[in-house]
Design a protein around this ligand. Structure first.
Ligand SMILES: N[C@@H](CCC(=O)N[C@@H](CS)C(=O)NCC(=O)O)C(=O)O
Length: 169
């Protein structure tokens, strides 16, 4: 089988973790995909361009960490991370899907944070600035620490009179 990943993707990482946990390293070849690249040959393998993507022994491809992890975990008939008794354990499922939402949010956050924020402020700038300030105020950490460009940008946005006048208590 071939598992297409990028090494920065948390979703692909989940699949890689299951490969290790289920001792599948001899059966699953990890392939690095080139995503977000015009003309990437990966689009001929998985047209959506997303990872993880698993091509099984019959050549059948499947995407999305949820199905890829469940498939890999179930190969030996003894799934450890997808206990059948939990399929109607709503408390557990609520937790799993809340964790998924959190992972989605952090993945988008991480991706957007590396984009340069330039130009005169538009809504994107204001949203980022209030979120960064909120994280700092609520003790979630200073997201500008170690990011001098972001820190410089935050200082300039934080100086806007409207930002100053609406600082949360
Ligand atoms: N819900 C999907 C999310 C997969 C996903 O968004 N993967 C990102 C990497 S973190 C991706 O492949 N992005 C490439 C692109 O959008 O072109 C899953 O759980 O597998």
């Amino acid at each position: 089988m071939k598992l297409y990943v990028t090494y920065g993707s948390p979703y692909a990482r989940l699949a890689r973790i299951i490969v290790i946990e289920k001792a599948l390293e001899d059966r699953v070849e990890i392939m690095e995909a080139k995503t977000r690249t015009p003309g990437s040959p990966y689009y001929h393998i998985n047209p959506s361009g997303r990872v993880p993507y698993l091509v099984d022994d019959r050549g059948v491809g499947m995407e999305d960490s949820q199905i890829v992890c469940a498939y890999l975990d179930g190969l030996d008939g003894k799934p450890r991370f997808h206990d059948a008794s939990r399929t109607s354990d709503w408390a557990h499922l609520r937790l799993e899907f809340a964790a998924r939402s959190m992972c989605d949010g952090i993945a988008v956050w991480g991706r957007e944070m590396i984009r340069p924020m330039q130009g005169s402020p538009a809504m994107a700038h204001l949203i980022l600035a209030v979120a960064v300030e909120m994280a700092r105020k609520r003790g979630l950490g200073d997201l500008t620490a170690g990011r001098p460009q972001l820190a410089r940008w935050m200082r300039s946005v934080s100086n806007l009179p409207s930002m100053q006048r609406t600082v949360p208590p």
